[in-house]
Design a protein around this ligand. Structure first.
Ligand SMILES: Nc1nc2c(ncn2[C@@H]2O[C@H](COP(=O)(O)OP(=O)(O)OP(=O)(O)O)[C@@H](O)[C@H]2O)c(=O)[nH]1
Ligand SMILES: [Mg+2]
Ligand SMILES: [Zn+2]
Length: 299
């Protein structure tokens, strides 16, 4: 019987495919084996169910993807939930800007979630509101949550509807705790170091996509602090900072990198408070890194 579904887990020799008949354990059709590396969690596939009782099948075809990130290998993500905290761990704007940049370059919509708001004093809450408005001006939506008191959890669930999401953010910001609020029946490791280093003694952890609702999935990606930096030219770095991209064509020099050039529109907007200096600094840092990466790439 033919069916269609989504790969929700990649195991050593099998792919688990979520279909309307349930989870089918599939192998790859011989002719697809050479593209095996390209099939991963999130892929939409056509399958032939070979045994209705044991729920076994064969993947016969893979549909074209709308997005793909290499590490962690995930296909068709539509949303990256960037979890951050003002306190515990301390807010790191550079890591946020790097993750926003990667999400933009991969063409995946980011959502900023500021967790642990229960820990904030009044003045710290104001500080957080200023950060949220900084990102609002770049066009990014934010959500304030507390997995401790439940603030914002219902809204977070709404934001995950009809999306394929992955949670990302520095260790300790509360990704697993938030996921456990969305999926009360699933065990997530909380308060344990799950980063690359901490994973040493464990067997390789699979990337699993949990079905949240019809057409909504959330990827459980242990230790996902950063997603891969995409391979782009350094000149296009600014295109993935929306407020810098908005200045394209407005600087005096058309090859302006918005460093210290005369007649730079970005600098002018920083001076007038429309663009945050921190965003431009992080953009410049990534720009020079992309330059180095590209040089290595050319060698
Ligand atoms: N006060 C408070 N503590 C929280 C909140 N959310 C999570 N925590 C605590 O923060 C610690 C880290 O939470 P985790 O969910 O393990 O963090 P993580 O982002 O999954 O960390 P890694 O898996 O290492 O990347 C745990 O001790 C949680 O109980 C919150 O909203 N408020
Ligand atoms: Mg975790
Ligand atoms: Zn400029």
């Amino acid at each position: 019987m033919e069916s269609r579904g989504r790969v929700v887990e990649e195991q050593k020799n099998y792919f688990l495919v979520d279909t309307n008949q349930g989870i089918i354990r599939c192998v790859l059709k011989g002719t697809l084996k050479k593209v095996r590396a390209r099939i991963c969690a999130g892929d939409l596939v056509q399958i032939t169910v070979t045994n209705n009782d044991s729920l076994d099948g064969i993947i016969t075809n893979v549909e074209e993807r709308t997005s793909y990130i290499r590490r962690p290998a995930l296909a068709n993500l539509t949303q990256i939930v960037l979890v951050a905290t003002l306190k515990s761990p301390h807010l790191d704007l550079e890591s946020i800007d790097r993750m926003l940049f990667s999400a933009e370059a991969y063409g995946i919509k980011p959502l900023l979630v500021f967790n642990k708001v229960d820990l904030l004093s009044d003045s710290e809450s104001k500080e957080l509101d200023a950060i949220i408005s900084l990102y609002q001006r770049c066009g990014y939506s934010s959500l304030k949550t507390s997995a401790e008191t439940g603030i914002g959890i219902e809204r977070l669930k709404e934001f995950c509807e009809r999306e394929i999401s992955a949670f990302s953010g520095l260790s300790g910001v509360g990704k697993s705790t938030l996921l456990s609020k969305i999926f009360p029946d699933i065990h997530f490791r909380i308060g344990e170091v799950s980063g690359i280093r901490g994973r040493g003694t464990h067997t390789t952890t699979n990337i699993i996509i949990h079905r949240y609702k019809e057409d909504s999935y959330i990827a459980d990606t242990p230790g996902l602090s950063f997603i891969d930096i995409p391979e782009i030219s350094e000149e296009s770095t600014g295109a993935y900072f929306p407020e810098i991209a908005a200045c394209i064509g407005m600087c005096r020099f058309n090859n302006c990198i918005h460093d210290n050039e005369p007649g730079c529109e970005v600098l002018q907007r920083i001076n007038s408070g429309q663009i945050a200096a921190s965003r431009r600094d992080h953009y410049l840092k990534i720009y020079s890194e992309m330059k180095v990466i590209r040089k290595q790439y050319r060698k």
